[in-house]
Write a protein that binds this ligand. Sequence first.
Ligand code: HAS
Length: 566
Amino acid sequence: MRSAEHSFTQTNVEPGLRKIILFEILFPMVLLVLGITAGFLQVLFRAGIIRSQSFLGIEYYQGLTLHGAINAVVFTTFFAVAFGHAIIRFHLGKPLLLGAAWTSLILMTSGTLMAALPMLAGKASVLYTFYPPLKAHPAFYIGLVLLVIGSWIAFFSWIPLYRQWKREHFETKTPLAVVGIFATFIVWFIATIPVAIEIIALLIPWSLGWTKTVNVPLARMLFWFFGHPLVYFWLLPAYVMYYTMLPKLAGGKLYSDFAGRFTFLWLVAFSAPIGIHHQYMEPAISTTWKAVHALFTLMVAIPSLVTAFTIAASMEHGARTSGGTGLFGWWRKLPYLDTERWMFSYLFAGLVLFIPGGITGIVNASYNLDSVVHNTSWMPAHFHQTVAGPVFLSFIGGSLMLLTMLTGRDVAFKRVNVWIPYIWALGIMVFSTGLFYGGVMGEPRRTNMGLSYANPASPLYRADWTFARMTGAIGGTIMVIAMLLYFGVFFGTLFSKKSAAPVLELPASEPYHDEDVAAVQNLRPWLVAAVLLLILAYTMPFVELARGKYEGAPAYDPGSPIAQVR
Ligand code: HAS
């Protein structure tokens, strides 16, 4: 089997689908303004620059919930669906099922608004992990369920189109980007089943007052059964861009088609049976299962290592094609600041951030090292280099790319635009240096330090954390500057004059090595492996926790970072 020749470089998109994709990009982008503002407030609270429970009417944990829920859940889910529509439409060349796409959009939007209201009213300050005993208004949980169901409908609507395409092209490999999008949504589907069980069976009845309490360790395990594959649901669309767009943008070809397929399919199998690595410190789960999840976690890093070498080789091919020479001299020929191939800069800056982000992930995966940094500021440093690194940069770059194509507008402020990812990456590097350093010294995450550790008037004040706090604040401020510039470019583009007819013209890389490996042509064995690994990893922990009798957790006092003992 050979890869499909990409015969169409431009695809006309039906007006209905254009509206759907544009809405799915614009709506979360408007919310992102609030999400980013809430993030900046976090930095100020934690640095001790704001020393109060709330600021501008936004309470600390309310702001933290808005920041996590909007940036990490709403923005990412909307983008993944919009991007999925664009990839399926472009690479399969078939009109989408518009009825399903509209239904999906309506459910996702109404779910988001339903969850946003209690968050804005301060009745759902439960953070993006919504662990009990933190309790939210039922509308928050119901809204999340609608958001998820909406995204499922989009996914299900692509399946008949793919089957039809496959019947017509049975001799051709499925386009790599389509494999990547299906992998994304299979991982998402697997992830969302346990969290649906948590929300529907445990949290909604408890929040409505139908049940008195919930099994906290069980709820937490169900959350992480969702929470870890969630991070690969974020990463996979970024990987689709790395494998199918970046080589072309670099002026070359994808080094290995096999590596891309292997990466996507391996993540289908190994994304989910590893959630307990978030719970190494959870006393209710026995060490055997923590060890099993630790082993599988190391397996999930393999495709990212494969990606690092494959994408580096693809960039080298591009740079050498553009005249680059020497062992390292070719790096100079990459289009870092090319205002026409600006998407390269968004993807490249993300890759650079992912190097320390990935290494610190492997640190976290090691039980004994994780016991030093768990629940410290090390964690937000790790996840800003991953989800706010390659994921966020490729998603905001991808949003701008789809906006220009589907409205027929040119990017506004091109020179500024090409610098934004590097300013953002610099901000993240400085920010996470502060947070990593603070983390190894014990600085906690999710804590309003302006009331305690960063307040000289408090008995808890820690002068030795000043460097960490201030570095974090400087990095956070640089990130905010990058985002202000991005919003200027994004909305400047939106309100600029139309310069061409709207068409979808995604960069599509050709393979350099087009290997024919049967093991990555068929999804079924990977799905079977995913199910078997899940049964192995979760059956016993589930039985242990479902049977366990646990005392209620101490009451939570938002005014104090110290747990209140009853
Ligand atoms: Fe993680 C916690 C382990 C990847 C996100 N992670 C989190 C949390 C988030 C998150 C949000 O084992 C916190 C959740 C919370 O709120 O509590 N993580 C890992 C491991 C990986 C990993 C082993 N994480 C991610 C990705 C995320 C993400 C991706 C988002 C998208 N993580 C953990 C663990 C915890 C955790 C524990 C829980 C800890 C605790 O105590 O709570 C691996 O998948 C990482 C593999 C990645 C690599 C890097 C490959 C590098 C590439 C770049 C190449 C660059 C090039 C450019 C070519 C091996 C592909 C070259 C250019 C030059 C200039 C040189």
